[in-house]
Design a binder for this molecule. Structure first.
Ligand code: C5P
Length: 292
């Protein structure tokens, strides 16, 4: 029997770089929130190797794909000789800062562990996830969380009740931003590269005590510095969403997706229509309730 799983994406309410580390990564603090725009994965025990297919023919289906690498790592670690067939139905754009590929990799670890009757404990899955990429451990759990270290050390948070009923708009402009590129540019922005710690906890505390107006001012992303300079269109998106009454608007992760939090789903849908009139209707757009 095939096992089917949804893989939601994420946005970073805050991504504060705290300096470059000797290993080349950046120390950071981030507040990550899941968003119910999902890829879908199907897992099947079949054959003797890993066979990956994908609805998006532009994506590689070999070891360049994080899903393939996650499957390979899982099977080796769990010492499983059987093969698997995986199908990936892509809805989340790639190189968007929405964690699409990272979520797919995490769900692959979870899906295969379930398919083979849980040979690995959750702690091991977290270890494997962190070795595959900094953003991947977040997707092994399903609520908001604070990430520290290079982003892989995850502290799960309670759902923020003040966000119930709110909606989020996502816009992908049609070009991606490479994560290594974004981080590499940060040496040109020393202030943004060397932020002061404590901002993720502060934002989480404001949201926890339902101070949405206070929280809205604390959303921040160090990686916007190079991205907004290179792509002024992203600044225009944010100006537009602010004019339209967004509670807050920011680039997610290393970009290029922009998000805006709106008071309600009907408001989000209306703003999205206005967005299409202003910027055209060829971009990838979504408006969904901000809860999973
Ligand atoms: O961990 P991940 O594979 O997502 O990282 C991709 C690249 O992004 C890294 O090779 C590194 O250049 C950069 N990065 C960083 N600091 C982090 C996370 C990623 O410099 N905390």
């Amino acid at each position: 029997m095939a096992l089917e799983k949804q893989s939601p994406c994420k946005v970073n309410f805050l991504l504060n770089l705290l300096g470059k580390r000797p290993d080349g990564f950046h120390e950071l603090e981030t507040l990550i929130h899941p968003v119910p725009v999902c890829d879908r994965l199907t897992f099947d025990r079949k054959g003797t190797n890993i066979e990956l297919t994908c609805s998006d023919r532009h994506l590689p289906t070999d070891s360049r794909n994080l899903v393939y690498r996650a499957a390979e790592l899982f099977l080796t670690t769990a010492e499983i000789k059987d093969g698997v067939r995986i199908h990936l139905e892509k809805n989340v754009p790639t190189a968007a800062g929405l964690g699409g590929g990272s979520g797919d990799a995490a769900v692959t670890l979870l899906g295969l562990n379930e398919l083979f009757s849980e040979p690995l404990p959750k702690t091991k899955l977290f270890e494997l996830a962190a070795s595959l990429g900094s953003d991947i451990p977040f997707f092994l759990q399903n609520g908001p969380a604070i990430g520290t270290g290079r982003g892989e050390q995850i502290k799960a948070l309670e759902q923020f009740t003040c966000l119930t009923g709110k909606s989020i708009i996502l816009v992908h402009p049609g070009f991606g931003i490479s994560t290594p590129w974004a981080y590499k540019q940060m040496s040109n922005f020393p202030e943004a590269q060397n932020g002061k710690p404590g901002r993720a906890d502060k934002l989480a505390a404001l949201l926890s005590k339902d101070d949405l107006a206070g929280a809205a001012k604390e959303f921040y992303n160090s990686l916007e510095a190079p991205a907004l300079k290179k792509y002024p269109l992203l600044v225009l998106f944010q100006e537009f969403f602010r004019e339209q009454g967004a509670m807050t608007t920011l680039m997610s992760g290393s970009g290029s997706a922009t998000f805006a939090i709106m008071e309600s789903q009907s408001k989000a849908v209306n703003v999205l229509e206005a967005f299409k009139i202003k910027f055209g209707d060829k971009m990838w757009l979504a408006a969904v309730p901000l809860s999973v």
